[in-house]
Write a protein that binds this ligand. Sequence first.
Ligand code: ADP
Ligand code: MG
Length: 257
Amino acid sequence: MTALLELADIHKRFGAEEVLCGVDLSVAKGEVVAIIGASGSGKSTLLRCINLLESADQGRIQFDGQDIAPLGRAHGGRAMEAGRNHVRARIGMVFQSFNLWPHLTVLGNVIEAPQRVRGLNRAEAEREGRALLDKVGLSAYAEARPSRLSGGQQQRVAIARSLAMKPDLMLFDEPTSALDPELVGEVLSVMRLLAQDGMTMICVTHEIAFAREIATRVVFIDGGCVVEQGPAAAVLDTPSEPRTQRFLARFLKDTRS
Ligand code: ADP
Ligand code: MG
């Protein structure tokens, strides 16, 4: 199968610290990849390199057959900027913090970018936007301000807002980490629906049970390197690398206590 996304030998340093040290990762269309690893291991930096919020210092990032890594570099003027925006429009990203625009309604948040970037008129954008709000279970809140919503609802709006760009790939960076425990499930349910619809997804998550359930592959990152990857059951239940074993043992102990 041809890869939608192919990373080869990605390196990234911040000052003297090498945060990513030669990451290879290939993601096929329709795959759901869960990335796990300790805090500071480079997971967010990896996602940020993929959607060009950071530029990789070295290595190749192929997205849909195009080498996009050079677009991540800050210089290059207008053509680079246009290329970068084109790629970002096709790669949605959902963060731990929802960052909704407070001055817009929920629907307003969802229809802003499709009008500006995809060139939809307001009626088209609203029609699509309402369908997306329906999908994430928030039709009733279309006219509300984000501040009236719970964290779980706000994160669902953030997901709908990303989907409004019709991305080919969705990146999730610990989307439930900022939520009260009782609100985690509703966000995971939306992600589960997306996975079932065939969306290609890369999810950095601490929800091990969720990863086991929906991920076609689990990738364990430690110290900026992919240490182990494979089918969810293999990596999570019978990891072969000692570093993975130690991480999971510690992690499961911490989350049970
Ligand atoms: P994770 O998401 O796995 O917790 P990160 O990718 O956020 O890890 O960070 C990996 C390392 O890179 C950490 O040591 C962090 O302090 C460092 N780092 C991340 N972003 C920056 C930045 N913009 N400037 C300097 N150091 C950074
Ligand atoms: Mg992170």
